[in-house]
Design a protein around this ligand. Structure first.
Ligand code: CA
Ligand code: CA
Length: 202
């Protein structure tokens, strides 16, 4: 009788152990993690923007650029980061990088976006809004990114980490789009930097 009970306990323990292991394996294999430190390039990230036309330069957009730059004092890892520049004198414009992630269709995911954002000028005025977007559609215009606004970009003299965790459900094509960048609120010419972008999906 004792042996039977011990045997049953061993079997139950083994089953729990194996299923626990399988669960852990399942979670691991379903977890997607991506880190971009901009040391070697932009990877698969693509530059996009929605900016106004420049009234002082008809037929042209206001000056803007999103570039990978080498400047160790503007990097939290290595020597490179992403520089976001825009002439915000029209009080408008959003610039960002975006990437699509192929996942399972019609499935709920927990997405975490985090990155370092360099301001360089702490201010009571909100000059920029930091963007951290995740949704099933490719962001194309300013209105698409409103749900991804993470607050003022002028909260720290130098670097500040911005992050966001959200639950999002894929639709039939299983694609999630993630974008990070900045939106202009106040008129000025602005340069900010992003480094160490970490995406986790599970
Ligand atoms: Ca870096
Ligand atoms: Ca886009």
């Amino acid at each position: 009788m004792k042996k039977t009970i011990i045997g049953a306990i061993v079997i139950v323990t083994v089953v729990i152990g194996v299923s626990g292991g399988l669960t852990a394996y399942f979670l691991l294999t379903n977890e997607l993690s991506e880190f971009q430190d901009f040391e070697l390039g932009l990877g698969d990230w693509v530059i996009d923007r929605d900016v106004p036309m420049d009234p002082n330069n008809p037929g042209h957009e206001v000056n803007w650029s999103v570039t990978r730059v080498e400047n160790a004092s503007r990097a939290t890892s290595g020597t490179h980061s992403l520089k976001l520049f825009i002439d915000g004198r029209q009080d408008d414009g959003v610039i960002w990088i975006e990437k699509s992630f192929a996942l399972k269709a019609n499935k709920q995911y927990r997405v975490t976006i985090s990155f370092q954002f360099y301001c360089g000028a702490e201010s009571f005025n909100i000059i920029t809004q930091v963007v951290g977007y995740c949704n099933t559609t490719n962001p194309e215009v300013e209105a698409d990114l409103i749900e991804g606004l993470l607050g003022s970009g002028e909260q720290a003299l130098e670097w500040k980490e911005y992050n966001r965790t959200l639950i999002v459900r894929t639709d039939t094509d299983g694609i999630l789009w993630i974008a990070v960048g900045m939106s202009v609120v106040w008129e000025t010419e602005i340069s900010h930097f992003i480094d160490d972008l970490l995406i986790k999906v599970k």
